[in-house]
Ligand binder design. Structure first.
Ligand SMILES: Cc1cc2nc3c(=O)[nH]c(=O)nc-3n(C[C@H](O)[C@H](O)[C@H](O)COP(=O)(O)O)c2cc1C
Length: 187
């Protein structure tokens, strides 16, 4: 029997709005429950990078980062998984140091304290030592750092195909079946 999961898609303000877009494109075709939390910077970058693709198109709840009425900010209602995609280095720093001062940082905090799944997708290059130390701390605390690093052995021909090589790894970790990309050594 397939388990229906409750998954928070948390979008912070790094470049790369196409990553949450492709994840949502895939997840809305599944029976899993999805809610979206978006920072103000993330919405600006989404509008800039994706222009005519309003996030409301997904017909899933979209919460603002200051909205603490969302259920999953409480340990009493932690969801199965939270993917912070992309995870700005500012957000990674706030999560790593327990700020919990907005709905994304608090949800991530809840996921860690309740031993639920937390996937963080940084999109930054190069890294400074603060970034690396924060990601190390989060790894030790139980988060998975899954960088926005496409692979190329499948010879992607479009930007979407390249992005999907990363989204497939997110879905694999969420336990969501997918055929988004060719697996190594498959015919
Ligand atoms: C044009 C622009 C692009 C940015 N791109 C990135 C990025 O790719 N990665 C990153 O970690 N931060 C990036 N930043 C910095 C974040 O937007 C900034 O730290 C912001 O405070 C993050 O806010 P949030 O985490 O609340 O969304 C960028 C900022 C700007 C203005």
């Amino acid at each position: 029997m397939r388990m229906i999961k409750k998954i928070v898609i948390a979008i912070s303000g790094a470049s790369g709005s196409i990553y949450p877009k492709r994840l949502l494109d895939a997840l809305v075709q599944t029976p899993h429950t999805v809610a979206i939390v978006m920072s103000e910077h993330a919405r600006q970058i989404w509008n800039e990078e994706l222009e005519s693709w309003p996030i409301e198109k997904y017909d899933r709840p979209v919460y603002g980062i200051k909205d603490f009425s969302v259920p999953f900010v409480s340990g009493s209602n932690a969801w199965d998984a939270c993917v912070v995609i992309p995870a700005s280095m500012g957000m990674i720093g706030r999560i790593a140091h327990g700020y919990s001062d907005d709905a994304i940082a608090r949800t991530a905090d809840v996921q860690l304290k309740e031993r639920k799944q937390l996937i963080l997708m940084p999109r930054e290059t190069p890294y400074n030592l603060i970034h690396i130390e924060n990601m190390k701390l989060l790894t030790l605390a139980g988060a998975l750092i899954l960088p926005a690093s496409p692979s190329f052995y499948s010879k992607p021909k479009t930007l979407e195909e390249a992005v999907d090589t990363v989204i497939a790894r997110v879905l694999d970790h969420l336990g969501v079946e997918n055929n988004l990309r060719k697996r190594w050594s498959d015919e």
